[in-house]
Design a binder for this molecule. Structure first.
Ligand code: ADP
Ligand code: MG
Length: 426
């Protein structure tokens, strides 16, 4: 089936053409019709398979068909809840793109920034509101936002939204929503407990699940190599050296590690960006933009930014540290191989991380392919690094800097590519 066979309004077809979509993906094919019929849907499909358009297309089409005569929005009709601000912006962009030739008005609100401009925009009228739960709750409880006309509630990254950190906010917000409404859950991962919770919140949800056995996207070629903790930076350096044009997303365990890896890369003239919870909101969005545009080719991130983010053309995902929660593995490696693209993910597993690897393999029902590194190759990778940090002065300086605990990070000034050294590996 092609998109041209769908009974969408001409304005929606125009947007689909502009987006370059020809055929619906599996999840779009299976969920668009039930959503158009008004059913509750729980949809589980791998990362990068177009879940956003799967809910955005039928929702915008429906609101557009009803709005032809009513220009001004008469209340929010659809609320999309997401776990992060970056994701709120990204999903709003997709809604905007699809609504471009219609009168439907999407908007997004999230915390960490002033709320005044958000309030002003809300007063102009909004049809579709994409939001993080905290800010949404604040605006509702201050009376700036009314949700009594909402017809569709969507939880993207549903398992995260129904998990401990968010469930209270979500339940509190549900009290403001009409009981009679359509509820849609979308996610790449879900567990039994969360699934039961989701069902308890709706009446007769249709469950749509694509590729249930292996949650890792089939577009991602993923493998692991055994690298000791202190040597990881040399292997990252080598990856960049061998793939100088590639866009690389590196995941680390903590904010401090992110800054540390950035420093290690700086020492070998590799420019990188970091994104984590300690950064201000504006900073985070700017960093993502810079990486998206390809102005800097390496982004070092903590899990906070793994969920749902769609960055075009990420060639490599590197699990510099293995994730402590196995489902995060799926979300991390799912930042590459999106849409019709293929991607590569590699995990650096140290001796102390073997247990985490076993947990990931259990979770994904699969053994992860091992890249064998022979001893000679391993020691060459370490020895040929341009990093001079084994010299005691550098180590001392680093230790001093860390003890100052300066959290604010200035953007690195160096060039995005490596240069300067005539040192040749192999
Ligand atoms: P998910 O939420 O499933 O992880 P997204 O909705 O972020 O995935 O979409 C991933 C990428 O696939 C996006 O860049 C999107 O533009 C692209 N995409 C979505 N649907 C289609 C389609 N039918 N044909 C081609 N590309 C698509
Ligand atoms: Mg998504």
């Amino acid at each position: 089936m092609k998109f041209s066979d769908y009974s969408f309004a001409p304005e929606i077809h125009k947007s689909i053409d502009r987006l370059g979509f020809v055929k619906p993906t599996d999840i779009q094919y299976k969920s668009i019709h039930p959503i158009m019929r008004g059913e509750d849907v729980l949809a589980i499909a791998q990362t990068g398979t177009g879940k956003t358009a799967a809910f955005a297309l039928p929702v915008v089409n429906h609101l557009h068909s009803r709005k032809r005569n009513a220009r001004r929005p008469d209340g929010i009709k659809c609320v999309v809840m997401v776990p992060t601000r970056e994701l709120a912006v990204q999903i709003t962009d997709v809604f905007n793109e699809i609504s471009k030739d219609t009168l439907v008005k999407p908007f997004c609100v999230f915390g960490g920034v002033e709320q005044d401009s958000q309030i002003a925009a809300l007063q102009d009228g909004v049809d579709i509101l994409v939001a993080t739960p905290g800010r949404l709750f604040d605006l509702v409880s201050q009376g700036y936002l009314k949700l009594h006309r909402v017809e569709t509630l969507i939880l993207d990254e549903a398992d995260k939204m129904l998990d401990l950190g968010f469930i209270k906010d979500i339940k509190d917000l549900m009290k403001f929503l009409p009981n009679k409404r359509q509820t849609l859950f979308f996610s790449a991962t879900i567990n039994k407990k969360i699934k039961e919770l989701a069902y308890s919140l709706v009446k007769n949800a249709i469950r749509i699940q694509i590729s249930p056995k292996d949650p890792v996207s089939k577009n991602v070629n993923h493998s692991v190599c055994f690298v000791e903790m202190d040597d990881k930076r040399f292997f990252l350096e080598r990856l960049v050296e061998e793939n100088p044009e590639s866009k690389i997303l590196v995941f680390v365990r903590t904010k401090v590690r992110a800054e540390r890896v950035q420093k290690a890369m700086e020492r070998v003239n590799i420019n990188s960006l970091t994104i984590h919870g300690d950064k201000g909101q504006k900073d985070r969005l700017k960093v993502l933009e810079t990486f998206k545009k390809g102005e800097v080719n390496m982004l070092i991130a903590t899990d906070v930014s793994a969920r749902g983010i769609d960055i075009p053309g990420v060639d490599y995902v590197v699990n510099y540290d293995l994730p402590e929660q196995a489902d995060n593995y799926v979300h991390r490696v799912g930042r590459t191989g999106r849409g019709r693209n293929k991607g590569t993910a590699v995990s650096f597993c140290s001796t102390e991380e073997r247990e985490l690897l076993a947990a990931i393999e259990k979770y994904t029902n699969n053994r992860i392919a091992v890249i064998e590194i022979d001893k000679k190759d391993y020691s060459e990778t370490v020895d040929f690094s341009m990093d001079a940090s084994s010299d005691w002065k550098t180590l001392l300086r680093d230790a001093e800097e860390e003890s100052k605990k300066s959290k604010v990070k200035k953007p690195a000034k160096r060039s995005a590519k490596k240069g300067g050294s005539s040192k040749k590996r192999r």
